[in-house]
Design a protein around this ligand. Structure first.
Ligand code: CA
Length: 225
């Protein structure tokens, strides 16, 4: 299946040129001529990448980008901004808002295709596996790997599940019974007491960082928010 690119550009001549260029390079294309249409088409066509003109009628590029990033189905779709020359503040704002890259008009067809391919490759290299980050702690649930800074932690299944649960929602207090319910494996029993034991062991393995795993007296545990 060819990669699908949504071209959100109000100037018909530019949109047409991009479409011809991308089609010639083996991409499937969908088009939108204003901001709201860009959102509608993004939801309907599920593109692999969106080329987003910054100056769009109705809802502008920034507005479109914000809504894309707030939509859990579309947040991961890479967005390349098409901006006018000299609009550096737009570029910075767009990148801060989660745009993957930008191309300044007028651009060469080759550059545009190269930027698109680079983004699509990145998507393939980085599997969309869930990553939980909390301060200097990184958890990869799919691989059951946990690193603190550059150091790999050696955790039991129960410890890993507990840490992942707490780190996914810093500041939220979980009761022991909630922790038991959420971390219970098929092959290992978890009791309220076991939760306390796991917390002690986790704190030890986390060293100074373990202070962030807080006991909320009479309630349960949380990662400091
Ligand atoms: Ca425009």
């Amino acid at each position: 299946m060819p990669n699908m690119i949504l071209i959100a550009e109000d100037e018909e001549a530019i949109r047409e040129l991009i479409r011809i260029n991308l089609s010639a390079n083996g991409f499937a294309c969908d088009e939108a001529e204003d901001g709201l249409q860009a959102l509608t088409r993004a939801k309907a066509a599920k593109p692999d990448l969106i080329l987003l003109d910054w100056m769009l009628p109705g809802l502008d590029g920034l507005g479109v980008l914000r809504r894309l990033k707030a939509d859990s189905d579309l947040a991961a779709v890479p967005v390349i901004m098409l901006t006018a020359k000299g609009e550096e503040s737009d570029i910075v704002l767009g990148l801060e808002m989660g745009a993957a890259d930008y191309v300044t008009k007028p651009f060469s067809n080759k550059v545009l295709v190269a930027r698109i391919r680079a983004q699509l490759r990145r998507g393939e290299e980085e599997p969309t596996e869930e990553i939980i980050r909390y301060a200097s702690l990184t958890l990869l649930p799919g691989q059951r790997r946990a690193t603190l800074g550059n150091e790999e932690l050696s955790l039991t299944c129960g410890e890993f599940d507990l840490l992942a649960l707490l780190c996914a929602r810093p500041g939220h207090v979980y009761t022991r019974s909630q922790i038991v319910a959420r971390t219970k494996g098929d092959d290992y029993p978890v009791t309220d007491r076991a939760v306390d034991v796991q917390v002690v062991s986790l704190r030890r393995k986390l060293g100074a960082f373990g202070e962030r795993l807080e006991t909320v007296r009479g309630v349960g545990y949380r990662m400091r928010g």
